[in-house]
Write a protein of this length. Structure first.
Length: 297
């Protein structure tokens, strides 16, 4: 299988490429920094510095679009919001245009999104059909998905990855959490009641490969079937690390530090992978304690 991947040097992309290469896929990664990507990804991966070098995607069987500016790194100023949107929308528009210009287009476009699509929905279980709450993360993801769906034809199916918090021991949210927790300074955020939909990196990669290899289309919640509240996550992580978790961070302090972006930590998405499980996919790490123990011990 010949696969074009954007965002290949990110956490998910790096793990996914490692698996696909082992399975014999021929991978091309779009990257602005070829030398750095070559060091990270190895010589078995071909590198493409700019999509403008292509007039079509006839040479690829699949496209996996994971590109996007990290959403949690900076406060959401007006200019940063625009940057977050355009880093996702513009890349997806370019890929869709190339797919539509192809004589023999890729069989599938797997395009990123996030459970932020639903907005802050409290304790309501969220399936792929649940109406969203209108806020910035929803508008960002909705337009991102709508652009990707422009590639959907009888010859190209489109799968949308509504991804939760990806847990890995070499990056992402968990790596940022570990230092305070290991020093016994970990604690719940706000009231701790907000739901946190998470997924082990292995299940994330397995889920993408499942969508790659099966005739599926539409949105899929890439999350564990057992989401937890922030308090439950905090206690479980403390238990796995054998550290106390008695402290807490008031919601007001989180909002003061992060501004509007505090919704990423204080908002609640009780997302469940209804369509993924209905398609026959099985999780290796459905329970948080087992997932964290696998990653950290």
């Amino acid at each position: 299988m010949r696969v074009l991947i954007t965002g290949g040097t990110g956490l998910i992309g790096h793990h996914l490429i490692t698996r696909l290469v082992k399975e014999g896929a021929r991978i091309t990664v779009l990257t602005r920094f070829p030398e750095r990507a070559a060091t990270q990804l190895g010589s078995q991966v071909s590198l493409l510095p700019d999509l403008s070098l292509l007039n079509h995607l006839d040479d690829f069987d699949a496209v996996i679009n994971l590109a996007g500016e990290p959403i949690v790194n900076r406060r959401w100023t007006t200019s940063q919001k625009e940057h977050l949107c355009q880093s996702r929308w513009h890349m997806t528009e370019q890929l869709v245009a190339l797919i539509r210009a192809s004589h023999c287009p890729p069989e599938v476009l797997i395009s990123g999104s996030a459970i932020g699509y639903y907005g802050d929905k409290g304790e309501i279980p969220l399936t792929e059909d649940t109406p969203p709450h209108d806020e910035f993360t929803h508008r960002l993801c909705q337009q991102w998905e709508q652009i990707a769906l422009g590639a959907q034809t009888a010859r190209t199916r489109v799968c949308l990855l509504r991804t939760g918090v990806v847990l890995a021991n070499d990056g992402g949210a968990l790596k940022k959490m570990l230092p305070p927790f290991r020093y016994g300074l970990g604690g719940a955020l706000g009231n701790g009641h907000q739901y946190m939909a998470w997924i082990h990196i292995d299940d994330m990669v397995n889920g993408i490969i499942w969508l790659l290899n099966n005739p599926l289309h539409g949105p899929f919640n890439l999350v564990s079937p057992q989401p937890v509240t922030n308090t439950q996550f905090t206690r479980t992580l403390g238990n796995v690390l054998n550290r106390p978790t008695r402290l807490s961070v008031p919601g007001m302090m989180v909002r003061l530090l992060m501004g509007e972006a505090a919704v990423l930590l204080l908002g609640s998405q009780h997302a469940i992978p209804q369509r993924l499980e209905a398609s026959g996919f099985q999780f290796n790490w459905p329970e948080l304690h087992d997932a964290l123990q696998n990653l950290l011990t």
